[in-house]
Design a protein around this ligand. Structure first.
Ligand code: SF4
Length: 189
């Protein structure tokens, strides 16, 4: 396990542990404050993220930033955002189980150094990986699950909200619940 964030980031950015290294432009390690108490985890980079080397920077990312701002959260200040896989799967397909497995070690190290109190899973893939395999994200979003002293909550993926705007109010409720939980726990976010 790593004890130094910069070393972790530098090693991750030169990783070639799975086939996704062949087609990526950039490794998308993550963005935010590594001392944050709240960690957001998505599934993997899309085209814009791959080009810019930062998670959630396309239209979905703009929507995410708006929802974050509404509950006083900001990727530059009080949260950290990472993905299950750090390199873009071709044509935005779901990351394969073996790719997720190969990449999990990076996220595990990020988790160990950040030591978040709350983890928000953005979308089904991240929620299935981190909360429970059979999670029904459309029904079980907004519910906090406690695991070894950390609270995990799944919410709908911003890209899914763009495809299906009817779900936006429900997702926004999740962000309100998150703010309530942050305040309740007295976290500095
Ligand atoms: S997806 Fe993860 S494991 Fe695969 S090459 Fe990229 S950083 Fe390494």
């Amino acid at each position: 396990m790593y004890t130094n964030w910069d070393e972790l980031e530098s090693d991750c950015k030169s990783c070639r542990k799975c086939g996704l290294c062949e087609t990526r432009t950039n490794v998308v390690f993550g963005v935010g404050n590594p001392k944050a108490k709240v960690l957001f985890v998505g599934e993997g980079p899309g085209e814009n993220e791959d080009l810019q080397g930062e998670p959630f920077v396309g239209r979905g990312g703009q929507l995410l930033d708006k929802m974050l701002a509404a509950v006083d959260l900001d990727r530059k200040k009080n949260i950290y955002i990472a993905n299950i896989v750090k390199c873009r799967p071709p044509k935005n397909r779901d990351p394969l189980p073996e790719e997720q497995k190969a990449c999990t070690e990076w996220l595990r190290n990020q988790f160990a150094l950040i030591r978040p109190k709350i983890v928000v899973c953005l979308g089904r893939i991240a929620a299935a990986k981190l909360i429970k395999e059979d999670i029904k994200i459309t029904k079980e979003h907004g519910i906090f699950f406690e695991k070894n002293g950390t609270l995990f909550m799944g919410t709908l993926h911003p890209a899914a909200l763009l495809r299906n705007p009817n779900n936006k109010p429900g997702a926004f409720e999740d962000f309100l619940k998150l703010r309530q939980k942050i305040d309740e726990l007295g976290l500095e976010s």
